[in-house]
Design a protein around this ligand. Structure first.
Ligand code: M6R
Length: 576
């Protein structure tokens, strides 16, 4: 995680870096800092806390680097904030990733009398560069990369030269190609205001940028071509446009998302023997839904794995299987590792990814991009909806059919009109500290998603269970202090769900039901009901996320939480 940016050009680097860091804050937001070069010296500001803290101390220079941090080694503090400088104040670096052998390197550098100012793993990089510097910064970086184990994207500047060197191994780094100015950044959002032309650096590459020159070599020193790509979206899409939070803006964008996503083509030459789906967090719940749908629709055995578990459980993979990775960012370390593991077994890989050009997209055999557009809120909503829709598209494509859902866009528009009702409901429930979510079969995947959102942004303990599992233990928790959110559409499981809700009511539990319009019976056993339109049974999960996301959003809003940047989290999890 962490966001990094570098600028060299003709404008004040500080302004560009602060603006870019604000766009990157979703990657981490516990401290931030900038280093500029001016009058042949380095100028450094860094603070614990948000990027906005930097606004109190502008520094000059037309070249600089910046960082917004999600702590891994060393707690959030001014000292542990990036950038770091060497003992002579000649070099400065920002780093995203983890240097696994930093303790050994620290020990070695200490023997050379290097003084460390932080508890981070990252600081070793700047001292190694100082150690290896013999007049050429890129050479020093090349030598340094030979000493580093782990994952990294870092940028380095020195006090004398108008150039920035960036290196990548396992963490994302792009170059923004401008006119008389060039950029480094962790992702496109930080530079899109200035240029739509970008180069995605590959692992084991080092780039040097000046204001009108870009050069890339690999870790062996070989020259690499400059593959410039045009970005399809623009800055407006990555701004709040009058909404209080990105999360609610992104929820409201969903009619367009589903319209675009329904046009995406899924084609398969041959049917895999087994499908293995790998993903993390919310994307994982899209995977759980995929597991149900693919088996039901295409009759192909399908298994879901959490990304973080996949490689350690020694999965049984065959050449005629298919490994499907689902990821919004396309950078999630555990999901990426799963794709690499699959390739070791020569198993075909398919990535379902939102961020174009991201690492998982590039390392997979095939990629299908979800059409959610840039998602800034740490809590995923529109990308999740695109992911679950893609699971239907995949399930039907594996049966050589095309998934269609007429009026889906209009149905999503209709669901968004529940906003006011759900806000009132949230006002009634926002003080509860515990929730249970239940749903059966495919709807269980959506119950998992509803509970995750409540944890993530409202900081409320919420657990999801398949409805029928409640009586095997969790029912002991039910009381009037622990409401149950029951997903109970009129599908083939309705009567079973109805009984499970009755079991909750019989124990004084409060129940909010998500039910089908026209279902009056559900009122008999619910304290509150949210109605969604009637559709074919199998399609209900595609309708359920809008009310669940709105519920979590309004609860978090009543609790006055920092919704777009929930505590302890980051959007793109590029560490194990
Ligand atoms: O970028 P990815 O989709 O791979 O991210 C996976 C999870 O980290 C992500 O879904 C996370 O759980 C979200 N914050 C959920 O809202």
């Amino acid at each position: 995680m962490c966001g990094i940016i570098g600028y060299v050009g003709f404008k004040e680097a500080y302004d560009i870096i602060v603006t870019g860091l604000k766009q990157l804050e979703y990657r981490g937001y516990d401290s931030a800092g900038i280093c500029t070069q001016h009058s042949q010296s380095l100028h450094l500001v860094k603070y614990k806390g948000r990027v906005e803290n930097l606004q109190q101390s502008k520094i000059q220079g037309t070249l600089g680097i910046g960082h917004t941090r999600w702590a891994t080694h060393g707690k959030p503090s001014d000292n542990n904030a990036h950038p770091f400088v060497d003992s002579q104040n000649q070099f400065s670096i920002v780093h995203n990733g983890i240097i696994e052998n930093y303790l050994e390197l620290k020990e070695e550098l200490r023997k050379d009398h290097t003084q460390f100012t932080s508890d981070t793993d990252s600081e070793v990089i700047v001292h190694l560069i100082a150690k290896y510097y013999e007049g050429d910064l890129r050479d020093a970086v090349l030598k340094t990369t030979k000493r580093l184990q782990g994952s990294y994207a870092f940028c380095v500047i020195d006090k004398n030269h108008k150039e920035i060197i960036g290196a990548r191994n396992g963490s994302p780094l792009i170059i923004g190609v401008g006119k008389n100015e060039n950029f480094f950044a962790s992702d496109v959002s930080a530079v899109i205001e200035y240029t739509k032309e970008v180069i995605y650096l590959n692992d084991f590459e080092i780039a040097k940028i000046t204001k009108n020159f870009i050069d890339i070599i690999d870790f062996e020193g070989n020259n690499k071509p400059l593959a410039i790509q045009e970005v399809e979206w623009d800055i407006e899409q990555a701004q709040k446009q009058g909404y209080k939070h990105f999360m609610i803006k992104e929820i409201m964008e969903q009619p367009k998302v589903v319209e675009n996503q329904l046009k995406v083509q899924f084609d398969f030459g041959s049917k895999p023997k087994t499908v293995h789906i790998v993903a993390c967090g919310g994307a994982g719940f899209a995977g759980v839904l995929g597991e149900y749908l693919i088996e039901e629709i295409s009759k192909i055995p399908t298994k879901f794995y959490h990304g973080s578990e996949f490689r350690y459980r020694k999965p049984i993979l065959h050449e005629d299987d298919l490994v499907v990775a689902i990821s919004q960012s396309g950078e999630t370390a555990d999901t990426l590792a799963a794709i690499r593991k699959a390739k070791e077994s020569n198993t075909k890989t398919l990535a379902i990814i939102n961020v174009v050009g991201s690492t998982i997209a590039r390392e997979s055999d095939d990629v299908i991009y979800t059409r959610a557009g840039p998602e800034i809120s740490v809590a995923s909503t529109k990308a999740f909806l695109a992911q679950i829709l893609s699971m239907y598209q995949l399930a039907y494509a594996l049966k050589n059919e095309v998934f269609t859902f007429q009026d889906y866009k209009e149905i999503i528009e209709q669901l968004l009109q529940l906003d006011e009702q759900i806000k009132q409901l949230a006002e009634k429930y926002f003080k509860y500290q515990n929730f249970i979510y239940i749903g059966r079969n495919r709807n269980y995947a959506i119950a998992l998603e509803g509970a995750l959102k409540l944890k993530e942004i409202a900081y409320i303990h919420a657990e999801a269970y398949p409805s029928g599992e409640l009586k095997h233990g969790p029912l002991a928790l039910v009381s009037e202090d622990m409401p149950t959110f029951a997903i109970c559409p009129q599908d083939e499981f309705y009567e079973k769900n109805f009984s499970n809700i009755q079991e909750v009511k019989a124990r004084n539990g409060r129940v909010i039901s998500l039910a089908t319009e026209g279902d009056e019976k559900i009122n008999l056993i619910s304290d509150d009901v949210i109605y969604i339109p009637k559709v074919d049974s199998i399609l209900y999960p595609l309708l359920e996320t809008v009310p669940l996301h709105l519920f979590a959003y309004h609860i978090a809003n009543f609790r006055e939480n920092d919704i777009d940047k929930p505590r302890n989290l980051a959007k793109s999890v590029t560490v194990e």
